[in-house]
Design a protein around this ligand. Structure first.
Ligand SMILES: Cc1cc2nc3c(=O)[nH]c(=O)nc-3n(C[C@H](O)[C@H](O)[C@H](O)COP(=O)(O)OP(=O)(O)OC[C@H]3O[C@@H](n4cnc5c(N)ncnc54)[C@H](O)[C@@H]3O)c2cc1C
Length: 408
């Protein structure tokens, strides 16, 4: 079998690697002419890290990124609400990685080139659409830089791993409505900073009304002072937002006031934000889950299939689990059309539930509960606001939905 993969990011590259391991040939077509380390921080939770570790990539990922040690939740006054160990530190067989998205993509890309062959990744190929018949799917392309038409590419199946702006999704669902804005806008960045808390803590603090932050380190030892590269995301409830674009620059003045007083003993948040060279802005957006992904020899995977709010560190992870499920289905079913149906059956409902869960009750619902119950005031005794059982139930409830049978 020969699989045409559109999109050479986390989903497409992981799929290529897993297919190679299963003895199935693939070619990856990526629109970016020169694949550079774009983006900021990303987390891979244990249920998805399993696949990357079993592909033999654990040491490399740990070399570029960090093994996340704990999740910690604070209100905006710096009062601790909840903490729990993560990944290996929680007794999982697999770690949680916090890593720069570009580093993760580079590790996957290099591994795919080494294992499947460098000529199997075609960069600068922008897919414009597809068609299919009883035996093959054909993808059409233009050169990203010159716009010139390129040779159509055929395979037995075609997988759209082309992310948020997927042309494959658009062709399958031409009448789909516009993306849904959550009412929360995000600003993101990275800056060198001295290690704080455990040195590998994932901090969530505050709440969207007034300002919430997510902060975690993603690279060790980035300068002569031995500092870490620290990723931060500021999230603020506001009707103001611009169209989604991963690389849109953001303005400090648009959000810094919300965090002006966040001088915690363990981290000076406004100072961290102010020391960031390049700030990015991105609206928190998702799309209504689709009723179907596959038509005969064509299907969707990762963000192309199920864009979700980035509120539970599951975007990349679910793309990785999709890749595993699709590979298993292709290895099991002789008929590729049956394989795509089996893949969709196993993943569509599961990921639709995560899209919905990320709207309602992702882990940061812990912060919402305390914000609402305290009326955004400091508390004297947390137990009178929320019990430990309630806090654990929010965290475990999310893990059960997102990790499914992989939940430990
Ligand atoms: C530039 C960029 C920066 C990002 N930064 C972050 C970040 O900082 N933090 C975070 O959590 N998530 C980030 N993401 C999203 C994150 O990578 C995904 O949510 C997640 O990993 C799922 O991956 P995916 O492979 O499904 O989709 P994506 O990572 O979005 O990958 C889609 C790939 O398809 C390619 N593509 C798109 N259209 C075409 C086409 N017509 N023809 C050929 N190729 C095409 C894109 O260039 C991209 O490489 C970023 C995505 C991109 C594209």
């Amino acid at each position: 079998m020969d699989v045409v993969i559109i999109g050479g990011s986390i989903g497409g590259l992981t799929l290529g690697l897993l297919l190679h391991e299963a003895g199935i040939a693939s070619r990856i077509y990526e629109s970016t002419p020169d694949i550079k380390p774009l983006g900021v921080g990303i987390n891979i939770l244990p249920h998805a890290a399993k696949e990357l570790c079993e592909l033999g990539l654990e040491d490399e990922l740990a070399r570029f990124g960090l093994l996340t040690r704990e999740a910690v939740f604070y209100n905006r006054y710096g009062q601790l609400i909840y903490s729990e160990p993560l990944g290996r530190y929680a007794g999982n067989a697999y770690p949680q990685f916090s890593i720069h998205r570009g580093d993760l993509q580079r590790v996957l890309l290099e591994a795919y080139r080494r294992r499947a062959g460098a000529d199997r990744v075609l960069a600068g190929w922008r897919c414009t659409g597809f068609d299919q018949d009883g035996a093959n799917a054909t993808a059409y392309f233009r050169d990203t830089l010159s716009g010139a038409e390129l040779e159509p590419q055929r395979g037995e199946i075609l997988i759209g791993c082309d992310g948020l702006h997927s042309v494959i999704r658009k062709q399958l669902h031409p009448d789909e409505g516009a993306p849904l804005y959550s009412g929360v806008n995000m600003w993101r960045g990275v800056a060198p900073w001295t290690a704080f808390l455990s040195g590998a803590s994932m901090v969530r603090a505050g709440w969207h009304q007034g300002g919430k932050m997510v902060i975690y380190p993603i690279r060790e030892n980035v300068d002569a002072r031995g500092r870490q590269l620290v990723n931060w995301v500021a999230e603020i409830a506001t009707p103001k937002h611009k169209a989604r674009d991963w690389n849109r620059p953001g303005e400090l003045a648009d959000f810094i006031d919300a965090f002006a007083g966040w001088h915690f003993a363990w981290l000076d948040v406004p100072a961290l934000i102010r020391s960031t060279e390049k700030i990015l802005e991105f609206p928190m957006i998702d799309q209504e889950p689709l009723p179907w992904w596959s038509r005969q020899r064509v299907t969707l995977l990762g963000d192309a299939a199920h864009p979700m709010y980035p509120r539970g560190s599951n975007g990349a992870g679910q793309a990785i689990v999709d890749a595993r499920t699709l590979t298993d289905a292709l290895a099991k079913h002789r008929d590729p059309v049956e394989a795509l149906k089996a893949y969709e059956l196993e993943r569509l409902e599961a990921t639709s539930n995560i899209v919905r869960m990320n709207r309602r009750n992702p882990p940061d619902a812990i912060l919402r509960e305390v914000f609402v119950r305290t009326g955004d005031k400091p508390f004297d005794n947390l137990d009178e606001v929320i019990t430990l059982d309630e806090l654990q139930a929010i965290s475990d409830g999310y893990k059960r939905v997102t990790a499914g049978s992989r939940f430990v």
